[in-house]
Design a protein around this ligand. Structure first.
Ligand code: SAM
Length: 292
């Protein structure tokens, strides 16, 4: 049996062998704790028929654990310097493909069709680069990909905002954008000591399981997200003030906004953070008439 990649000693050996220097700008904080990695994979609930998409394999710490617990792993890595390293470290596994591409520019739908033909269960599992966590998650969700969900490591502060419930200070348009598509739950808080180098912020693992259909049915998704973002533009302002100042021609349409709020049963003096996603859905449909 070969040694796991994710130990401090083996990681140091690999870095030294290749003279690899971390690039902070690419969010390179590698995991050096096999137990944490196994737990991340547990939360993804993979089996021998599953496919896993990884974003940013680094030197292969998580990739290796995914390879052991799924039928096929496809990983996107932006940093060319890591490709020869991954070829070496992942050589014991014949079920891994590494694609040298920026995940934000990749045609993930096409990759899934090509790489996971005949595989019905696909999960995204990753220790995300922290400088782009929300764009990556939002892109993967809005593209409506054939995936069961995501289990990803990210900054704890972002995980808190994603999984937040109405009435909390973390709840905002990011919580709504992600909970619209998924059931979101923080499953693990992870100490800095399991990374090399250690990140400056606390980390957490979040599980996002895709809903069969969005949490609310809205007539116009784009407008719904405009309404939610507008409602949180200034957190201390009332929903009425935010909507009038943020929506196009909102000031001249104050009466229509008031009547949409009344129709939805939302007191205009409430703050955005007190509205449930369902209330935002009804409000957005009532406002649509006047703004589109
Ligand atoms: N999975 C490895 C681990 O857990 O040890 C490394 C995780 S590290 C936090 C993030 C990885 O994402 C790095 O390997 C980095 O080069 C890569 N990366 C950064 N930006 C990326 C992007 N836009 N697309 C694909 N990979 C990216």
């Amino acid at each position: 049996m070969h040694k796991d990649i994710a130990t401090p000693i083996r990681t140091q050996e690999i870095l030294k062998k290749y003279g690899f220097a971390f690039k902070k700008s690419l969010g390179q904080n590698f995991l050096i704790d096999t137990n944490i990695l196994r737990r991340i994979v547990d939360y993804a609930e993979l089996n021998e028929e599953s496919g896993a998409i990884e974003i940013g394999p680094g030197i292969g710490a998580l990739t290796e654990q995914l390879a052991k617990r799924s039928k096929k792993v496809t990983a996107f890595e932006i940093d060319q310097r890591l490709l020869p390293i991954l070829k070496d470290t992942l050589s014991p596994y014949d079920n891994v493909t590494v694609i040298h591409e920026d995940i934000l520019k990749a045609d993930v739908e096409k990759v899934i069709a090509e790489e996971f033909a005949g595989i019905d269960d696909v999960m995204v599992v990753a220790n995300l680069p922290y400088y782009v966590t929300t764009p990556i998650i939002l892109q993967l969700l809005t593209e409506n990909l054939p995936i069961r969900g995501l289990v990803v490591m990210l900054q704890k502060e972002v995980a808190d905002r994603i999984a937040a419930k109405p009435g909390t200070k973390e709840y905002g348009s990011l919580s709504i954008a992600i909970q619209y598509y998924t059931e979101a739950e923080t499953v693990m808080i992870v100490p800095k000591t399991v990374f090399m180098p250690q990140p400056n912020v606390e980390s957490a693992v979040i599980r996002l399981m895709k809903r069969e259909k969005p949490i609310v049915e809205v007539k116009d998704e784009e407008f719904f997200f405009t309404v939610t973002r507008s409602s949180f533009a200034q957190r201390r302002k009332t929903i009425l003030n935010n909507l009038t100042s943020q929506l196009p021609d909102g000031k001249s349409k104050k009466d229509q906004i008031l009547s949409a709020l009344e129709q939805t049963g939302v007191d205009p003096t409430r703050r955005g953070e007190t509205l449930s996603i369902e209330e935002f859905g009804r409000l957005s449909d009532a406002l649509l008439l006047h703004f589109k």
